[in-house]
Design a binder for this molecule. Sequence first.
Ligand code: SDX
Length: 380
Amino acid sequence: MTVQETTLVPGLAGIPAAESAVSYIDGQVGILEYRGHRIETLAEHSNFEETCWLLLYGSLPSKSELDGFRARLREHRDLPERLINVIRALPGVGHPMDALQASLAALGMFHRKEDYSSREECDEAIVRIIAAVPVMIANFENFRAGRDYVQPDPKLDTAANFLWMINGTVADELITRVLDVALILHADHTMNASTFAARVVASTEADPFTVCSSAVGALTGPLHGGANERVLDQLKAIGAAENVPAWLDATLAAKSKIMGFGHRVYTTKDPRATILQDLARDLFETHGMTPAYETALALEAEVLQRLGSKGIYPNVDYFSGMVYAKLGIPTDLFTPVFAMSRVAGYLAHWREQMTDNRIFRPTQVFVGSHDAAYTPLELR
Ligand code: SDX
């Protein structure tokens, strides 16, 4: 195929980049499956560690497999002293996603291997990354708040341990379960922008630490993972439910995007948004209403009325911020929490890419000029 025969598809919309069995979306019906399991089933019956195993290794773990995986995750949470010093030295005014991207690359400097052809080396890197990410995020938060390094608690699973490290207390069962389910919901989502970035970097045979650090960079953007942080700001700017129509008039007139709405694949409500909305409601009933929730419901109704026919519905980021805020997570840690979960998906795609790899090297539609004359500087 010559270059001139190719036509550009903006954003590669609908263009397959790989064959994958990790997750599946039906955007019309609103279905998300991890290795064939509906997300609603996993949210109700599974936990983050079990879901990580399912995504990575293709089937639900046996009890001994899950116990062993949990134990290895807890063993690999402790960070090298020099890495703790690197995180401590990062500017507290910087964004936690930048701290995470830097910390992941630095973690690889301690543990990168030359060869990941063996299952043992792959599994070791996978456990190190999934275990270390929450600890790096939480302790960047502690350092910028003027607190000391907090050791992870080996008695606690990922969600409970993260809340312990940032809040200094062991959260109650509902609070812990809500975060655990949120981590399940965010773990994978077919060929989204940051997973595609992970695949591209993986295809060069870069190491898994670099793959995840690169993908975290892509996740940072406000059109992608960065939206959850902006949804709360958006709701605060609206202020109250009665202000929604005027705010929406102005936003649409300015051709601005409404954060937490729309999706490249879903043309109906993101099933994760529905589950997070239910979690939010349960949380608010037991731990007190969040004022933004009423505004969020009013905004959702108004957007559906005006843009539902265009397939613009709430996505995963719409309710997640309210939930995280209620769990005591600072707003600019919302996207790092997304990343804490999604690294499991990045690593599942890394493993899959390595089974039948060919380096990504797409083409382009050239729109420039040829045979340009070189004008000497003195004549320009
Ligand atoms: C995530 O891909 C994934 O799977 C991502 C994710 C995952 O789990 O990995 O699901 C996580 O990133 C969720 C999305 C979070 N981002 C946001 O909430 C930011 C706001 N959303 C939009 O920027 C947008 O909807 C995208 C980026 C999510 C999707 O963009 P597309 O598919 O490129 O759609 P588009 O920008 O071309 O919009 C198509 C039309 C346009 O109108 P027209 O020019 O055709 O008249 O829909 C409109 C857009 O203006 N539109 C919106 C809108 N989203 C689309 N209008 C207002 N507000 C929006 N949010």
